[in-house]
Design a protein around this ligand. Structure first.
Ligand SMILES: [Zn+2]
Length: 287
């Protein structure tokens, strides 16, 4: 058991140590940023080239060529989606939730970029519109579209439920979807499923214990989160068994809804845009 009280007395200068103001770990002023106006201008006259309906408690994959847009839309009822993104040509380059969080904060919205894993570390997608941007942070510290959760998974559930097997967690939904999309074994697909962007999910950390919390998503049918693909993408989306995540996940108990993914091709690439190169670090690591 974790002790409920500290086991060590505070030093004499504890108040002074507490009072030190924080500094931002990664100031982003020097980060190359997307030209949001140019990206949005490219939407004029775009053409929808595909759509994918993600059934409740299941997952689907979709392809988005570089320079195209995709939208994830709530349909039929409030529903949370767990998003994975891969380089369509190299599944080892995938969305890096942790570094994206370190750069852009705990929750993403318009203008934020989704970064890829080492050694590539480059933007793979840019958020170009978020109809839930009005939500901001509520009084509990909750906000929408987090990169602090991981994905509901059957292993954690197995531990917490003392041995129960549940097969429609987002981790499994994404694993099956990727296996089907790329003809992979479940084992090979599972190995590249990764921490997600929790689309439409409303989450935060409790102020007293620092625990990850969720609450009913403010999403309503018609709301969407829109992305611009910076590189050729393979996406995976799971319609979480938690539904709007107001009560529980990892079960079939709550009401769930489908999600819609639409891919759009602009008439011409955004002005001044080019697909980002892989990270320029020389990878010699001091040797
Ligand atoms: Zn889930």
């Amino acid at each position: 058991m974790k002790p409920t009280q500290p086991e060590h007395a505070a030093p004499a200068d504890a108040a002074a140590r507490h009072a030190i103001a924080p500094v931002i770990c990664y100031p982003v002023e020097t980060l190359p940023r997307a030209d949001l106006a140019a990206l949005r201008a490219a939407r004029t006259g775009w053409e929808k080239i595909s759509e994918t309906r993600v059934p409740p408690r299941d997952g689907r994959c979709f392809e988005v060529p570089a320079g195209h847009f995709f939208r994830i839309t709530s349909i039929e009822g409030p529903q949370v989606g767990d998003l994975n993104l891969w380089n369509a040509h190299d599944l080892s380059e995938r969305f890096y939730s942790g570094k994206t969080r370190a750069l852009h904060g705990t929750h993403l919205s318009t203008g934020d970029q989704l970064w890829t894993s080492h050694p590539n570390l480059r933007p793979m997608a840019t958020i170009t519109e978020d109809t839930l941007d009005w939500y901001g942070f509520d009084t509990f510290g909750g906000a929408v579209h987090d990169v602090i959760g991981t994905r509901c998974d059957p292993y954690t559930h197995h531990l917490l439920s003392h041995g129960h097997h549940y097969h429609a967690c987002c981790h499994s939904n994404l694993t099956r979807a990727l296996a089907d999309a790329r003809g992979l074994s479940l084992t090979a697909a599972e190995a590249v499923v990764h921490d997600v962007l929790n689309v439409f999910m409303c989450t935060g950390f409790t102020r007293d214990t620092g625990q990850y919390f969720m609450k009913a998503s403010p999403v309503r049918p018609g709301d969407y989160l829109e992305f611009f693909a910076e590189i050729d993408l393979l996406g995976g989306l799971s319609a979480c068994p938690g539904g709007d995540c107001s009560s529980e996940h990892s079960s079939d108990k709550v009401t769930c809804h489908p999600l819609l993914v639409e891919v759009f091709r602009p008439k011409a690439p955004p002005a001044g845009w080019s697909s980002p190169a892989r990270n320029g670090y020389d990878q010699t690591h001091g040797r």
